[in-house]
Design a protein. Structure first.
Length: 273
């Protein structure tokens, strides 16, 4: 009987993977940008016909590029699908081998830094700050900043290898009319190692939510993770210090927050039409 149950379970798992593997890959195209896009989260900069939709999680997204940068806007129409993005960050993966496999990506996140930590980050990127500027910054004890980390498939920091010199990736989030838009600018010039270029076709993966190591540790130690479903994060500013709320019920969820991911095949625009 046990063997029969095992065989049925194995067949079910294999069937699920076969369905997933057989799913048609969405193909999308990037539009050529005649002038650089300003990364400000303003949806009006993007023309509606350019948008693609992932209906299962109610998100719209679109790409644009010029010779130097890839631009991306990603819009959550239902903020319950943010899941634990505030804790995990938002990953954009690139695979130029035509596979849905995490090879190189960029994790974008908002993070609270002390004034001293922010000064250290700024000096590492741009050189020493004046004593007057440091004094001015130290008046405020902490800052919430947008930052990025280049990673490989094992989530290991590859920033120094991928982005050896400016320009560097940028992103911003902005809420309007019940929607939350994330806008990104990712350099594609020869100075970085993402292997992106105008006219090239690559697989692009979007990845967010789920549990971090800290969440899993808390789950094991405390017997549950409060706010552990897809409704747990709906703070529009994605403040890292914002409280995580329970999605419902009297007991904390043992499942943890949901993880979301999907891929598309992107062809970058080759040049002006």
């Amino acid at each position: 009987m046990a063997r029969k149950k095992y065989v049925l379970w194995l067949a079910l798992v294999l069937g699920i993977f076969m369905v997933i593997g057989a799913a048609k890959t969405v193909t999308v195209e990037s539009r050529w940008q005649r002038s650089p896009l300003k990364v400000d989260g303003d949806i009006s900069d993007w023309m509606a016909p350019a948008f693609n939709t992932e209906k299962s999680i109610q998100v719209d997204y679109a790409f644009g590029n010029d010779a130097e940068n890839l631009y991306l806007i990603f819009i959550f129409k239902d903020q319950k699908y943010l899941s634990s993005l505030a804790q995990t960050g938002f990953f954009v993966w690139f695979n130029d081998q035509g596979k849905k496999k995490k090879i190189l990506g960029v994790r974008f996140e908002k993070k609270a830094l002390s004034a001293a930590e922010l000064i250290a980050v700024m000096e590492k990127k741009s050189g020493p700050l004046s004593e007057e500027k440091k004094k001015e910054m130290l008046v405020k004890p902490a800052y919430v900043v947008n930052q990025f980390v280049a990673v490989n498939g094992d989530n290991e920091d590859q920033t120094g290898l991928i982005f050896k010199q400016p320009p560097l990736p940028e992103f911003i989030s902005k809420s309007a009319a019940g929607r939350l838009a994330f806008e990104f600018k990712i350099p594609i010039g020869a100075s970085n190692g993402l292997n992106l270029a105008p006219g090239k076709t690559v697989m692009v993966g979007f990845d967010w939510g789920g549990s971090t190591k800290e969440m899993r540790k808390a789950l094991l130690q405390g017997g549950g993770y409060e706010g552990g479903d897809e409704h747990s994060i709906d703070n529009q500013d994605l403040d890292p210090e914002a409280p995580v709320r329970d999605g419902g019920g009297d007991l904390p969820s043992m499942r943890g927050p949901k993880h979301y991911a999907f891929w598309c095949e992107l062809t970058l625009a080759a040049g002006p039409q």
